[in-house]
Structure formats: structure tokens, C-alpha cells
Design a protein around this ligand. Structure first.
Ligand code: SAM
Length: 261
């Protein structure tokens, strides 16, 4: 059972110093998820997201984790956004989140999908330390944290072509991302890129990279994120891995950026 008494109410909650009511948080979360076509959260899931919000906002005062600090915006633009891919992940999947930053989508997915095992990867050691300690506080035992550059880790046999699902949200353009992420995906697995609305051009530009790295477009879905006056469109690009990635990819980051495939 998840015990949270030590954190409840007596902790700082937002950048304005307001305290957020856990019951109000839970009902608002349920409403936000419902309006965005995501399943109803259990009490435990809602509590964990509540404390994640608390910890993230508190940490954000000393570390640059997120520019989104209003609780309602966090619910819609972080949590609902991350959870739009909930049903794209097969049961018991092994998932790698490349450039997880403050833990998006890895932390909400770990809370809502205890059946999957998640590796959260970021090149910034401080962010990985934050995710490690937050996962411990939230009693999430399905997250492993790694601080490394994706283009280096992808050449290690224990990580290369080992994941059913690889996610990346707000990390780089599709061309760069495809070379960084597709090498981690098992044949038959999927790379899920979480992008903004205007992704069509960069997706077109990435066609050759996707193909060279052994991928194939399987879906491009536009998702509406709405709640009260929030109305934003996001894109979810699904790339199926159909062939092994040639060993020379990914190249070093500067090369990927300077000479796209
Ligand atoms: N995915 C998170 C989100 O949606 O909020 C974080 C996005 S943040 C804008 C991009 C993150 O990607 C940063 O934390 C950065 O350190 C990480 N990153 C960028 N390039 C990387 C690479 N080559 N390998 C690992 N992490 C990388």
C-alpha cells in the first residue's frame, strides 16, 4: 500500500505557496481525463499524481524541470498529454523513454501501467536523480533510471534493439529523433514520437532516416487536449520497426544534426 501521510498538506504545493486540496485534485483529474478520452483513474493513481505534482513543483523552485506550473495546466498539458498513449503500449511491455526530462511520459505511465517496465533515459544527471528519488517516494518499482546520451547507449548490446516501445516527447525534430530512438526498438516493436501539431513537415523530412534505421510509419494521429479554456493539438507518430538498424547508427549527435540522412 502507498503511504503518503508524511507529505500530505504540510508541504509546499505551488509556486504561489497555495495548498492544493487532494479531493479537488482527484475530481479535477478524473474530469480532465474523461474529457480527453482517457480512462478513470483509481484512487491510488490519483494520489500518486497528486504527490508527483507536489514534488515536481517543490523541486522546480531549485531545478529547471517545467515551465508549466499551474496545477490545471499540469493536469492537461503534462498528465493527460502523456496518458494519451496509454492504450498503445502492449501488456508487460519493456519501454524506454528517451530524453525523459522531468519524467514525461515515463512517470505518469509508470503510475498508470504497473505491468510495464520503464527505463527513463536523460543526458542530464540531475534530472535522472530527481526521477530516481521521486519514483522511490511514489513507490514506483517499475522504473529504472539511466543518465547517458541516447546516441552512446544505443551502441551497447544490452540496450540495442531491446525495447518493445520507445517514447520521446519534446526532445528533438523527427529526423534527429528517428536516428536516436529507432536503434533501441526491437523488430516488431514501435517508436512513439509525441509531437506538437505542426509535425507534418518534419515528419516528411524524416522519411529517409526512418527507412534507413529500419522503421516504417504505422500511424500519425492528431490529438485534441481540451479543458476549460485549454485547447491544444498534439500529434502521436507511431513508427513500426520492421528491419534491423545498421550498426553505424546512431552517429554522434553533432553529425546527426549536421548531416541528416
Ligand atoms: N520528455 C520531457 C518532456 O516531455 O517534458 C523532457 C523534454 S526536454 C525539452 C528534452 C530532454 O531531452 C532534456 O532533458 C535533455 O536533457 C534530453 N536530451 C536531449 N538530447 C538527448 C540525448 N541525445 N540523449 C539523452 N537525452 C537527451
Amino acid at each position: 500500500m502507498f503511504h503518503v501521510k508524511h507529505l500530505l498538506y504540510d508541504q509546499y504545493i505551488s509556486n504561489k505557496g497555495d495548498k492544493m486540496d487532494i479531493n479537488l485534485f482527484t475530481t479535477t483529474l478524473s474530469d480532465v481525463l474523461k474529457k480527453n478520452g482517457i480512462r478513470h483513474p483509481t484512487g491510488l493513481e490519483a494520489r500518486k499524481l497528486y504527490f508527483l505534482t507536489e514534488i515536481m513543483l517543490k523541486t522546480n523552485s531549485t531545478m529547471n524541470l517545467t515551465a508549466i506550473v499551474e496545477p490545471i495546466e499540469i493536469l492537461v498539458k503534462h498528465y493527460a498529454d502523456c496518458l494519451t498513449i496509454l492504450n498503445l503500449i502492449p501488456e508487460q511491455a519493456k519501454l524506454l523513454d528517451v530524453g525523459c526530462g522531468a519524467g514525461f511520459p515515463s512517470l505518469p505511465l509508470a503510475i498508470f501501467r504497473p505491468d510495464i517496465s520503464i527505463t527513463a533515459l536523460d543526458s542530464t544527471a540531475k534530472k535522472i536523480e530527481y526521477i530516481k528519488s521521486t519514483s522511490k517516494t511514489l513507490e514506483l518499482d517499475n522504473i529504472t533510471c539511466i543518465s547517458a546520451r541516447a546516441e552512446d547507449l544505443a551502441h551497447k548490446t544490452e540496450f540495442r534493439e531491446k525495447y518493445d516501445i520507445v517514447t520521446a516527447r519534446a526532445v528533438a525534430n523527427m529526423q534527429v529523433l528517428s536516428e536516436l530512438c529507432i536503434p533501441f526498438v526491437k523488430k516488431g516493436g514501435k517508436f512513439i514520437a509525441m509531437k506538437g501539431q505542426k509535425c507534418h513537415e518534419e515528419f516528411e523530412a524524416a522519411q529517409k532516416t526512418i527507412e534507413v534505421c529500419g522503421g516504417n510509419l504505422s500511424s500519425l494521429d492528431l490529438i485534441k487536449l481540451t479543458y476549460q479554456d485549454i485547447d491544444e493539438t498534439r500529434a502521436i507518430i507511431g513508427i513500426q520497426k520492421t528491419a534491423t538498424t545498421p550498426l553505424k547508427y546512431p552517429r554522434q549527435y553533432a553529425k546527426i544534426v549536421k548531416s541528416p540522412l
